[in-house]
Design a protein around this ligand. Structure first.
Ligand code: ATP
Ligand code: ZN
Length: 300
């Protein structure tokens, strides 16, 4: 470890060391034009292009590291951040800055396949094994279901077979693990994705500048995800109609075409996806040579 780890002029970002958030985090940083150099201990990394240090942690530790100011910001699943908020008492919890669109998953209540699930009332008087007692209890209370939770750190899906619980509440992606344990998901209680969190205490001016620049890069990546650059030649008198059908475009760039007076080139950034039917409509308005290109980076 280097002394830089405690350098207060660098923003400290916590990410998962390895697991289902890591690939998404690394991709996001890469798309932000940031590369990571990892220390030998692999718990500590540095971003080359910006004054940002990385702490590579277990995902469960990320909210408390941010709350305790061991890190300024972190990337974590909403499920973990919300569970922490519901179960840990502290003066202030990390705040969600933005949703990042990856590591999407669902927290679901599942029970024996034989159950003919007819609604929440069926869970009355039952025990539900879960690693998310906070989120599970919150759902039960909101839905006036009188069930108890049994906390389990892992292998929640074996609880019913071992008669530790009647049902489970767990992260479900394909449902294969549940199925292999004779269980079936009945209710989705929480939709999750990766989020950026921060400590709510104001940063020093220096850190705030780094933070703003980092968030701006993330915004650029997020907004360019569906954005397209569209180019075409079009009749000059169809430009108004063309502008209206290009999703999210207010003022396209119009360029003269050498030797032509009735046709122009139209270039525009569409912030939303461009579908085939839009291209068909453009063609019907007389557009030709239509090109739709991916945008790698964008800054407002
Ligand atoms: P750690 O060792 O860091 O504690 P873990 O085993 O608790 O890791 P992972 O399985 O790597 O956690 O999941 C991390 C986060 O990724 C979860 O909290 C959730 O937000 C999200 N996640 C979980 N399962 C999936 C999935 N199947 N697909 C996408 N995202 C998921
Ligand atoms: Zn974990």
């Amino acid at each position: 470890m280097s002394d830089d780890q405690f350098d207060q002029t660098r923003l400290r970002l916590a990410i998962q060391k390895s697991g289902r958030l890591s690939d998404g985090c690394i991709d996001l940083l890469k798309n932000c034009g940031l590369s990571i150099s990892r220390g030998r201990d692999k718990l500590y990394g540095r971003i080359e292009e910006m004054p940002i240090d990385l702490l590579l942690l277990r995902d469960d530790d990320i909210p408390s590291f941010v709350a305790d100011k061991a890190c300024d910001i972190g990337i974590v699943g909403q499920n973990v951040a919300e569970e922490e908020r519901l179960t840990i008492q502290r003066d202030s919890h990390p705040v969600e800055v933005k949703k990042l669109g990856f590591s999407r998953c669902r927290l679901m209540i599942a029970g024996p396949k034989e159950w003919d699930y007819s609604g929440g009332a069926m869970l009355n008087g039952r025990r539900i094994a879960t690693s998310y007692p906070g989120l599970t209890r919150h759902y039960l209370e909101q839905n006036k279901i009188d069930a108890t939770t049994v906390m389990m750190k892992g292998s929640v899906e074996v609880a019913p077979r071992l008669r530790i619980a009647d049902a489970v509440c767990d992260i479900v992606s394909t449902g294969a693990t549940l199925d292999a344990n004779g269980l079936k998901p009945f209710v989705n209680i929480f939709d999750s994705q990766a989020i950026l969190i921060r400590n709510e205490t104001p940063f020093t001016d220096e850190k705030q500048k780094i933070y703003d620049a980092f968030v701006k890069r993330i915004d650029g990546v997020m907004s360019s995800r569906h954005a397209k650059y569209v180019m075409m030649n079009a009749p000059r008198d169809a430009v108004d109609q063309i502008t209206q059908i290009l999703p999210g475009v207010e003022a396209p760039t119009i360029l003269e075409l050498v030797g032509k007076t009735d046709m122009v080139a139209v270039h525009a950034v569409c912030p939303e996806a461009v579908f085939w039917d839009t291209l068909e409509e453009l063609k019907q308005l007389g557009a030709s040579g239509i090109l739709v290109l991916n945008i790698e980076k964008m800054m407002a």
